[in-house]
Design a protein around this ligand. Sequence first.
Ligand SMILES: [Zn+2]
Length: 397
Amino acid sequence: MTRLYYTDAYRTDFTAHVVSCEPADGGHAVVLDQTAFYPTSGGQPFDTGTLNGIAVRDVLDRDDGTVVHVLAKALTPGEAVEGWVDWGRRFDHMQQHTGQHILSAAFDRLHGARTESFHLGAEHATIDLSREVSPAEIAAAEDDANRIVWEDRPVHVRFASAEEAAAMPLRKEPARQGPLRIIEVEDFDLSACGGTHVARTGGIGIIGVSGWEKFRAGTRVEFRCGRRALGRFRYWRDALAASQRLLSVAPHEMADAIDRLQGESKAAGRTIRRLQEQLASHEAKALVARGTPLGGGVVIVEALDGWDAAGLKALASAASATPGVAVALFSAARPALVVVARASDVSLDAGAVLKALVSAFGGRGGGKPDLAQGGGLEAPMEALLAEARGLIGGNIS
Ligand SMILES: [Zn+2]
């Protein structure tokens, strides 16, 4: 079985004959006498495309050395097939994979950081380095890798016996036995690899490190090559431009601007709370003055406009500082907020009143016998006020 991509990664059309076709998970497993389809292996995902117009759903590398194409429909053994490989996906993988060889070699040569593993995902690729690297070391490796890209060096593919390969200065000990496929980025990197690569490094376009994190004893480096790097550039450009329109500062000043805004917002919040408390003590006097006398005390049940939860609480606390007061305050907005409180000389369980309101009108909340608060009450204001008057009037003593 011939793997056409071994010698020509740029070939997307080919003809072949069906060797076998068997039922398999997800469809039919088709083996051909030759194929341009790359099977999932070595950290690189499979190629997509068609065989006789039938979509190739998966491509597997079997232990016996054959490549299995998984199709929705069966093909007949002996049948001639026209194969077509999706070039957009293939070329993207060629850019990421060759970029990985160069970036790994740069980390190795400059910093002695070996690549332990490589993963090529749908969004980005990662390499796991054997030791932790600093941001400056990452930048130096990135610079060196892009120098190799821009020098447009040839990428040679050759085959070597195990003995020949043993004499070569390969970057990594080969995992396979027997003859090896050697990928050489001219005068820079020599690796045993079965993947698809560009013919000259210029085809990678650019190698951009898009993030990194500590991983095991080393660093996981996330990178994007070629079109993916351009896609990331646009993503960051657009996100940054949207923030810039709001903040009106240059990108490098953005973090400081956000820090300043957060500080101002906290200070404003503190000012508002202080003013609310001052206002609450004034308003509370008016509330007590217009409350309904009951027994020796005063019952206040009102809906108020323009107070948030903290404000209502401050108001109820201030009102219930007056002996004999029991108070239930609602926000005018729906769903309503509510605070129930009572003076220390009043026998009323504010928590129980709140619980009864929540069970009647929904929402949630809780508290203690002297003060309880809640929100999310869904009912017309008149119904809320009437229920609260009944609950307080019926339970106060
Ligand atoms: Zn490779």
